[in-house]
Design a binder for this molecule. Structure first.
Ligand SMILES: [Zn+2]
Length: 107
């Protein structure tokens, strides 16, 4: 029988946090990672667009790495071609997002 998953209540959204989800604890209790980020951004009062774009960019780059790994594992040309097309799309989008972050912050 599967063991019972631990659960907590998020002090911010009051939703349930289940073991295995991304979360953390503060002196106010358990909080979803996304809820914590929202709190931090609200408190800093900054324009959070660059942060969101950077996070999006990281997901796109992780996707590129993952798709590359699948390309190496693909055994037929049709699958390899499909993966290559998806990777090219991710590369195009990530280049666009990286440029937006860099331009906004003059990096
Ligand atoms: Zn929450």
């Amino acid at each position: 029988m599967a063991r019972e998953l631990k659960k907590w209540k998020c002090f911010f959204c009051e939703g349930e946090i289940v073991e295995g989800q991304l979360f953390t604890f503060t002196s106010r209790g358990a909080v979803h990672w996304e809820c914590f980020m929202t709190l931090v951004e609200d408190r800093l009062g900054v324009d959070n667009r660059p942060l969101l774009l950077l996070e999006l960019d990281k997901y796109l780059h992780e996707g590129i790495v993952k798709v590359k790994e699948l390309e190496y594992r693909a055994r037929d040309e049709e699958t390899r071609q499909l993966l290559r097309e998806v990777r090219k799309m991710l590369e195009g989008q990530s280049a666009r997002v990286t440029k937006m972050v860099a331009e906004r912050l003059r990096l």
